[in-house]
Each structure stands twice: as C-alpha cells, then as structure tokens.
Design a protein around this ligand. Sequence first.
Ligand SMILES: [Zn+2]
Length: 679
Amino acid sequence: MNHPSVAALLAVLAAPGAWAQTADAGAAPAKVPSFDIHAMDPAANPCVDFYQYACGGWMQANPLPPDRAVWGRFNELGDQNLAVLHGILEKAAGTSAPRAPDDQKIGDFYASCMDEAAIDAKGTAPLAAELDHIRDIQKKSDLPWALMRLHRMDANAFFHFSPSPDAKNSRLMIAEVSQGGLGLPDRDYYLKDDPRMAKLREAYRTHIEHMLALAGYTPEKAAAGAQAVMAIETELAKASLDRVARRDPANVNHKMTVDELNTLCPFLPWKMYFARIGAPPIDTLNVAEPDFFRGMQAVVTSTGLEDLKTYLRWHYIHSNAELLPKAFVEESFGFYGRTLSGAREMLPRWKRCTSYTDRSLGDALGRKFVDVAFPGDAKRRTLALVHQIESAMRTDLTNVDWMAPETKKQAFVKLEAVANKIGYPDHWKDYSTLRIVRGDALGNTARAREFHFKEQIAKIGKPVDRQDRGMTPPTVNAYYDPQENNINFPAGILQPPFYDDHADDAVNYGAIGVVIGHELTHGFDDQGRQYDAAGNLRDWWTPEDAKEFLQRAQCFVDEYSSFEPVPGAHLNGKLTLGENSADNGGLRLAFMALMKTLDGHEPAKIDGFTAEQRFFLSYGQLWCQNMTEQAARLQANTNPHSTGKFRVNGAVSNMPEFGQAFSCHAGQPMVRNPACRVW
Ligand SMILES: [Zn+2]
C-alpha cells in the first residue's frame, strides 16, 4: 500500500528495484550484542566526535562487505533474522513429507526462486503473455487495459493506485492515485544539471537499452526505445512534486470526483479503469498531485504510440527483473546495485529469495518466525517500556514553556490516544486463494502481487482496519502512522542490539527506549503535528504556538543542513526534519524515562561507565555503519533519514545532559550553542 505519511525509524536506500532492500544476511551470523565496549574507539574524544568514540572500533572491524552498499548494526540484526527465515524456508521447501498449506506456499515460492537453472531454461517465455498484450495495443485508447494489468502486478507505470485513509476522515479508506512512473530514484536525477547526475542518466539510459535488447529488441530499436523511455520519464519527472513538498500533507491532499479527474487527465477513462481493475465503486478520491496527472496527460498526448508501448514494456520487464534469467538479474544489479549504490557484488541468491518470500508471503513466513524468534515475554516487557516513555512525554509536554494551555490540552488528548502495536498481528492473513506453483517463479510473484493488490483495493470505501500492519514481523524497523495515530514495533527489532533481556536499564533505554521515543515524537513532528488524536488532518494549534514550533524546528533544519556526509552532498535539513526531530525527541524522552527509573540512585559503573554514559553509548552504537560513497550520496539526495554519524552527533550535541555525562565543556563540537530543541 502506498502510504506516504508513515514515518519510520529507518528507510532502505530509496533505489527502485530489489538491490537496495535491507533484509539480507551472512552465513549463520552470531547473536548481535547490545552495547559493546569493543565497538568503541577509546582514543577518540567523546566531546569532539562522539560517533567515532562510540563506533570507531566497530567501523574498523567491520569493513563494507562486497555485496553491501551499507553495512551497519541494523544489517547485522537483519542478517540474523534472515538466517532464521532461511532455516524455516529450507525446511518448508522439502517435499518428502506432507506439508501444511502455508508451508507449501512459502516452501515452493522459495524453491522456485532458488531454481536458477529452471528460470534460465525458460528464458523470456514467462514474459510473453503480457508482452503480447502490449504488442497488440492498436491505439492510445487501448492503453488503459495494459495499465490496469501492470498495476495489478505492481509495475511502476505512470502512477500508483491504492487505498488511503481520507485525510479529513481517517476512519474511512478512500481511493488514491499518486505520482509514479520513474525508474531513477527521484525527479532530481532527471532534472539536475550537474556532471554526476548526467553520468547517472547516461548509465540509466544504457541500462534500459540493455534490458530491452535482452527482451528481444534489435540493437537499433533498443537504443531508440531507451531514448524514448528517458524522454517520457523526464517529462513525468518535471510534473512530479519534489520530496520536500510531499512531506506537507496539505500538498498531497486533493479530493475530487472521478469526473473532475477525467477532466484533468482525459486519456484514461477512469471509471472504466477503476471498474475493470476490480475496485469497489468510486465517486470521489484523493488525487495526491493534480499537476502530475496534468503532466501525464500532456506526455501521453505528445508521445507516439510505439514509444508509449516501449515505456510500458520497460516497466514490466524492470519490475520482474529479479526473477528472470541470469543476464537480466546481472544487468539490473549492474545499474541499481553497482552504479547507483556502489555495491561490488550481488547478495547470494538465498538471501534475495528469502527476502522476496518475506515480501510476498509476509504473514505465512512471519508467523513461523515469531514462533522461533520472539519469546512471549518480549511483548509484555516492550509494552511496559512504551508506557514509561509515554509517561516521559506527558511530563515533557507539561513542562514545555512555549506552548499555551489550550494547545497543550489537545496535545495530551493526542498522546493518550496513541495505540501500540507490538510484535505481530492478532490475526494472520489467509493465503488460501493464492496459488503458488513449484517451478513457476515469475507466475508466483505475479499472483502474489495480484493477491496483495486485490486485498488492498478491497479496502476502499470501508472503515480503516487499524489492525493492519505496514511491516512484516521479521522487519528490523519501526514506524508511526499519523493517520492511525499508532506506533508499530515488529518482532524483528525487539532483540539485541535494540532490546536485551540481559542488559542494564541504561543500555535498553538508550536503544529500544530511544526507538520508542522516536516513533512517539513523530506524532508531534512538523508532519505529525498536523494530524489530531483521531488521525485527521486538522489544525489544533493556536497560531502563536504554531509559530513557536516552526521557529524551533528551523533550528534543526539549519543544523542538519550544515552536515556533509560526502564532499559536495549536504543533508537536506527540510527533507530530514521529521526524522531528526524524532531522533532528538526520542533521545530526550528515553533519557527522562531512565532518570525516573533510577530515581536519583546512581548505579555502580559497568565496564567503567556511568548509567548516563552507557545510555548515550548504547544509542550511538545503534547507528554504527559503513557505507559506499554512492550510497551516502543517494541517501543524502532521497532519504528522509540522516546518515548514522549525524543521527548520533546531531542529536547528542543538542542535549546538555550529554555534555554533563562526558564532562564536555562549552565550545567543544558536541556542545552545540545554541542547542536545538522542540520537545
Ligand atoms: Zn522515523
């Protein structure tokens, strides 16, 4: 489901294609430790560069593996989870004994993906039916039928169609169409006039040409086709709303009737498109970016039919590249993995196939993961921590001096209404209507995608199901959903280094405590604050308080914009504002909760560190990572999350309590003056 306003703890690199997914693994990884003194660099000065102090040892001991563009402690845990999933799948793939229906599905899905020889032997035959459909398009008015089929199979052609809670009535799911259709990570990649982007554009064009040639185009036609795709996507990029503008919910909320959409973008007979794609009756919907649909109309009008057909073919092939013969897989990795992200090698196939199975049959696999890897007590203990962090937020809201009582009152109502979803769903998905056939890798994926698409659009016109989860149970991540006003912690993250049964409080509060505080703070960041307790887009702020808020937020914008992860690429303080606010707020709330738990008692030092020091070190070490230069640029350009170093140094340097814990003094880099603070 396309859910633009969900604010997560961490986003994968925003490259399209499968190569930048996070869930990946090494062979049988060891248990990831929580706070680890060996990860530190004791020679570094914590008051000068705390990140180096907390992570220097880890960064030196963990050079980037050749098959990674980013390698950090999140990935270490991701590896561990993936190894668990791998064990489950290898067992489920065995056919010597009768299998339960879900085991048959996950086992055969995985086995089909693993069978490279069978995939190679079939060549492009599995693509033929859809490519024939596209070939047979005679006139532009036939395009909707192809689009409909491609959208059901999750191909990124032109735009997205999905359900979304009504911005002003968050209990109701309505239909939404939103911008899409690009194969590069962002509109800037098409439009920015600089040598690095120009080089990437050329590499992308060459990649399209190679993929079309693999699919049977003659060399001349492939070259001309790639040119045509670039021209279409460049026009779509021009019509697209940029990432910063999209962060403001008002900019992506334009409810209109289907008739109005028809006027805006008449090439598509929308009523028929919605009906034939299987959606419930739709009268009104959210057209997230009207200008994009206007632009799309212009592109379709001005482009020849053959070029439009090539564009559809490209997106269809691209969206299936990972389950096509070796030459496609390698070509796709060459651009999205090597060129765009800087990885040197492909992940081993079992890691990729395990991730695809998680993506396609998340609940069937996740259910088994929870049985193996999520002890029953973890849910209860996490919930207790959540309540402590919520209580810290209550205290914090009570104490802030810049907010008027009437705004505070509404903030309390919102805080009390936050729901918690921990571990795994109460009800698991029923996959009985999804057919998974051993030996049909591409067909399995297509059917799984159609299954999910059908499941999603069936929600249109119905009340929002707040039990739905946006992440599968093994995911190492967490999120806040402003339209549901809930925080979500999949089982995958409730393990060391985030949560460790055997660690002292300081270490757990510095890790999972900060994560909980981070998600909670999202409800009150520049985006989340625009939604009320019920998840409706409604302004509950007095104008004076809104002004005070924005002034404080601007301090973060300026701070993080000054950070330069690689030469020439600064962080975008506006794009990362929500995440940076959440990091800063989360760190403070977790620290307050720890202080309350300690209740004035200073526990004995452990490993030579006070509880306060261990708290900050535990936080710092969550973000230990190494990354390629390309990945750092990609993240700075497209990702709402700052890179690890700045998530750590940016947040601790705003907390006087950090300076006190490490006896820093005014003027040192980790003692920011003035310190930024919203919450
Ligand atoms: Zn976040």
